[in-house]
Write a protein that binds this ligand. Structure first.
Ligand code: FE2
Ligand code: FE2
Length: 243
């Protein structure tokens, strides 16, 4: 496996694959291209359109053809049929490393990730106040942030990548209607990212009409790698980051 000339790891990232049941080898050619030009492939959630078994099996076949490690997280769409564990198991069986509970190290670079959840940014942020269901809603994203923090804490690498589906910052959801910003992510996801110096880049998806690039409050670069953001910008549905 050839690595980048400056010793960095070439991390290819793509989110929002939305594989459907009638698709035939939808990512095979793309994964072959990526296998030839990157060291790791990161998938940033919404891997399937509805979280159906058949959709996961179609993607799994394409993942099997990848000759580089594949890591990533699920997205909200992968939960739609109520069987995210089945989707994860099928993809895991094909060789993909599902982050969520455990970080991994690949060629000296750490990868930690969670799906994340919604909740908003700045003045639009939902507070854990009042009815139990409002508190439970905020708990959900705080729990995701805690899982990410626990993974990041286990990494002993000098460089790591945080992988999310929901956005930790508002900047990369800009382009979407402002009324839905709070459904596209939560700034609570920034806290673990900014706590660890080794996090060098963050990737997420979910905001199909968002913006490519932004920064956390402490200046960590955040990239929206939803394929619908990347394709118009770069002419291809993935990006390669040197980490
Ligand atoms: Fe999506
Ligand atoms: Fe999504």
């Amino acid at each position: 496996m050839a690595s980048s000339p400056n010793g960095s790891l070439r991390v290819a990232a793509i989110g929002d694959l939305h594989v459907q049941e009638h698709d035939a080898a939808p990512y095979r050619e793309l994964f072959a291209e990526i296998s030839g030009s990157a060291d790791v492939l990161v998938l940033a959630g919404d891997l399937t359109n509805f979280g159906k078994t058949g959709e996961a099996e179609i993607l799994a076949e394409d993942i099997r053809t990848c000759s580089i490690p594949v890591v990533g997280v699920l997205g909200n769409h992968d939960y739609e049929c109520g069987q995210p564990e089945t989707v994860s198991a099928i993809l895991h069986e094909a060789g993909m490393t599902l982050l969520d509970e455990q970080a991994v190290e690949i060629q000296g670079v750490g990868f930690a990730g969670v799906k994340g959840f919604m909740g908003g940014y700045g003045r639009g942020e939902l507070a854990p106040f009042g009815e139990p269901i409002a508190k439970a809603f905020v708990d959900e994203v705080m729990n995701e942030a805690r899982k990410l923090e626990n993974q990041l804490r286990t990494l002993r690498t000098e460089r790591s990548v945080a992988v999310l589906h929901y956005s930790p910052i508002e900047q990369t959801v800009e382009g979407e209607p402002p009324e839905i910003f709070q459904y596209l992510g939560s700034q609570r996801l920034c806290e673990p990212i900014d706590r660890f110096d080794h996090v060098k880049a963050v990737v997420h998806g979910h905001a199909h009409h968002g913006s490519y690039e932004g920064r956390t409050p402490l200046g960590k670069p955040v990239f929206n790698v939803a394929q619908f953001v990347l394709k118009p910008k770069f002419g291809k549905p993935y990006v390669i980051l040197d980490v």
